[in-house]
Ligand binder design. Sequence first.
Ligand code: KG4
Ligand code: ZN
Length: 338
Amino acid sequence: MIVMGIESSCDETGVGVVRWREPGVCEMLADEVASSVDEHARYGGVVPEVASRAHLEAIVPTMRRALAAADIDRPDAVAVTIGPGLAGALLVGVAAAKAYSAAWGVPFYAVNHLGGHVAVDTIEHGPMPSCVALLVSGGHTHLLHVKDLGSPITELGTTVDDAAGEAFDKVARLLGLGFPGGPALDAAAREGDPHAIAFPRGMTGPRDARYDFSFSGVKTAVARFVEARKRAGDTVPVADIAASFQESVADVLTMKAVRAAEDVGVDTLVLGGGATANSRIRSLVESRCAAAGLTLRIPKPRLCTDNGVMIASLGAHLVAGGAAPSDLRAATDPGLEV
Ligand code: KG4
Ligand code: ZN
């Protein structure tokens, strides 16, 4: 059984093809991604209209490249991200998926983007046990409980304001490090002291929701710190600020993820999303998982960022699990919850 997955929820047009190789394991046959990230750089963030236009231009060529790379004329099923994501961007992928599935006469599966971030890990690391997943990107920050990939996912917590990657991007911009700022901030932090400045840890008070996140407080604290330095005519210690900010974000993310896995009673923590590339999030989650006796699973960086393979992988789990195909009239759901 071969499934094509289409992803267009943000700034990546992704088309992936997987084969269901054995129960719970997908094999990747094609992974084509066209990104409009460079077009957004001068605005300092993803511009929805720019993303939609870029998807329109990229979707058919990306699809053709994926078919050629997988060496197939058509898949046995088409899966597509139905939400969450940018409304106009989602529409492009969903319209393409419906058109191709109708033209080929193959079933159509509308899937949740977040589940795709977890399902993609089966390609490298095998069948997915019941787990907790921490998804961190420019668009989302979620703690999920995934019982199995064929069933609905439970959301344990999410951000009440900025996504983690978005906070990295905004702070990087404030420090004059460019967009997307996450990788630049990570690099700057290597030269700094993570304990130089005591930035706040959002949502960690005794009355705060156990699994929710907030990053606007630490972002504002960084802005105030920089302003005060400038007003006093002092130099701005960019590396120390970057390292201290990164420590605050990594500390809260990894602490809550491990806590959730322990509370829910699973043995496995899965990470996904582009911000998992962050060196401090990685080192801290590794040491905390080891201390808690948890198995840590992180897909390779290329599969952590948005792509079509993750949607194909989740689609393949649904097909194999006997899920009914979706209605071709299914509407996009930008605010889709898990
Ligand atoms: O998953 P992704 O490629 O795209 C979406 O957001 O959908 O994630 C990109 C996000 C950006 O906010 C970027 O700054 C952040 O992930 N990011 C990082 C690092 N690499 C990427 N954040 C912190 N440290 C990094 N090394
Ligand atoms: Zn994503």
